[in-house]
Write a protein that binds this ligand. Structure first.
Ligand code: KG4
Ligand code: ZN
Length: 337
């Protein structure tokens, strides 16, 4: 046995994720994505998401336990996302986690979703250890975190308007590429020229903060003008140029933080880190500087139950008692605050 058996539950947004970990080994990890449900609205509808979590959570937990080849009584603890996220979706997972912990007589650990993203690379790599700089970029968050030790996080900067994933999503919607926009732009951009259009790279004067609203305005203005005067380049060129503008800023700022902190380990998490071009550019930059890069496979970058369970494993190993069962979700939870 390589560590405690922990069941992790993630329901902060539009993916129901449940996983069973034995130490840092993933015994099972299953997901019910709601992409199709939200597609026709062009974004996540919180009430629709909450209801879909209600339907998915029990059969999914059953599947995770069966696939792990264990009995629920074998579990040492339950870990569940308590924030940040959408209140309805969070409540569904948290209530389910609580009742499971109560009925099994096992500790419950309420986990910060962003700490889950910080932990995710541990499931793929040995050698991912603090001190490290970790870039977290998803649909709801863009943050550069200085991880000084496990549990000790300084948020160096973040977005002052849209998150990086939100920028991808909104621009893809404007271009008629569908939802979610990140993967759509990623695919479209493969055939395109990233230098076709020079979109702005914002907030160069605030080293670790992001702003994507200027890019959004610039793309929309550009497309409207190009359409009107018939100078519209192939769509793939526009996608590649948008992607390059977002990727440039993320790579620049992440490695500026690496330089300033002097760390030799760089990590990444959140859905945007699934982006092909971003992964390529991060790898090139890490190579050039001789630092270790730990960005897990795309399935562990996007939301999942395994990353939540991994934080729970650490809590159990540290001998931390579980949370009180009368606690509540914290939709506005902030890392390092
Ligand atoms: O971490 P995540 O699964 O959920 C949140 O916590 O938000 O991230 C979802 C976000 C969406 O905005 C989606 O468009 C973006 O991650 N995303 C991508 C890619 N895959 C997902 N963005 C760019 N390129 C991708 N390949
Ligand atoms: Zn996330």
């Amino acid at each position: 046995m390589s560590g405690p058996l922990v069941l992790g539950i993630e329901t902060s947004c539009d993916e129901t994720g449940v996983a069973v970990l034995e130490g840092m080994d993933v015994r099972s990890s299953v997901l019910a994505s709601q992409v199709e449900l939200h597609e026709r609205f062009g974004g996540v509808v919180p009430e629709v998401a909450a209801r879909a979590h209600v339907e998915a959570i029990r059969p999914l937990a059953h599947r995770a336990i069966t696939q792990a080849g264990i009995h629920p009584d074998d579990l040492d603890a339950i870990a569940v996302t308590k924030g940040p996220g959408l209140i309805g979706p969070l409540m569904v997972g948290y209530a389910f986690g609580k009742s499971l912990a109560y009925s099994l007589g096992r500790p419950l650990f309420g986990i910060d979703h962003m700490e889950g993203h910080l932990y995710a690379p541990r499931l793929s790599f040995d050698g991912y250890e603090p001190p490290a700089v970790v870039i977290l970029a998803s649909g709801g968050h863009s943050q550069i975190v200085h991880m000084r030790s496990w549990g000790d996080y300084a948020v160096l900067g973040g977005t002052i308007d849209d998150a990086a994933g939100e920028a991808f999503d909104k621009l893809a919607r404007f271009m008629g590429l569908g939802f979610p926009g990140g993967p759509a732009i990623d695919r479209d951009a493969r055939e395109g020229d990233p230098k076709a259009v020079a979109f702005p790279r914002a907030l160069r004067n605030r080293p670790y903060d992001f702003s994507f609203s200027g890019l959004k305005t610039s793309v929309i203005t550009y497309l409207e003008k190009a359409k009107a005067d018939g100078s519209l380049p192939p769509r793939a060129d526009v996608s590649a140029s948008i992607q390059e503008a977002i990727v440039d800023v993320i790579v620049d700022k992440t490695f500026a933080a690496v330089e300033a902190t002097g760390v030799e380990i760089v990590g990444g998490g959140g859905g945007v880190l699934a982006n092909t071009r971003l992964r390529e550019r991060m790898a090139e930059e890490a190579d050039r500087r001789g630092v270790g890069l730990f960005v897990p496979e795309p399935d562990l970058c996007t939301d999942n139950g395994a990353m939540i369970a991994s934080v729970g494993v650490d809590r159990v190993m540290a001998g931390i008692p579980g949370d009180r069962l009368d606690g509540d979700v914290e939709p506005g939870l902030r890392l390092g605050a």
